[in-house]
Design a binder for this molecule. Sequence first.
Ligand code: NAP
Length: 244
Amino acid sequence: MGTVLITGASRGIGAACARAFAKAGFDTAINYLNSADKAQELEEELRALGVNTMCVRADVSDGREVAEMFARIRDTLGDPDILVNNAGISASGLLTDMSDTEWERLISTNLSSVFYCCKAALPAMIRAHSGVIINIASMWGEVGASCEAAYSAAKAGVIGLTKALAKEVGPSGIRVNAVSPGVVMTDMMAEYSADDIAVLKEETPLNALGTPEDIADAVLYLASDKARFITGEVLSVNGGMVIT
Ligand code: NAP
């Protein structure tokens, strides 16, 4: 089937993507930063499905670590045919309270990471004249969230990068798309109270909260040949919470 790298695959949406690709028969590289135990458990789970898999620790906000990660994957599984840029962090608060360091952390983890990983993945994809890149954006990158300016700016940047890169590498046979999740129940939602989550559910036209598997299904679709004519697209998976 091919090889996929999913960044931030130790937990949440990334872990669900890793399971979905492994079940579909892809050799799967699981990137993580801090959750080594979870990444290793997932690696064992995926190996039991009969695919080749590996965990690779790297801080994707650091271009040097990303380059080293790709070298290790190349040696073990081969060059990734599919790259899922999923790793991300959120932070909420007033823009006027945000330090320069926190701004840079949000932008480097959510946006520069996508640049570093695309830059590392593309040479092999261009040589092969095929490849798929899927970037995980956010509905807040589409419409902006109050008190999440840095996160919204980074995710809007991911959407802009997706569209521009799709035009740049389409002639090389490479598709680049984004999946833009709405409210998905992962650790990222931990700071929300049960009441806040109930309100978010109520504000969602389908009156449901998203699961990591909802996002993984959309990612797997965009990676498949069924999406062979789709590039530069932002697939919103949000229960209708944001319709642009
Ligand atoms: P999550 O449960 O908090 O998981 C985040 C993942 O990213 C973890 O595997 C974490 O790895 C990894 N990560 C964070 N910083 C990293 C770094 N510098 N280098 C490498 N890995 C790093 O989050 P999630 O909800 O699954 O979110 C996944 C993606 O979906 C993010 O891009 C997020 O912005 C986006 N999203 C989520 C929602 C939502 O409602 N959950 C909505 C819209 C968009 P370790 O644990 O190993 O450190």
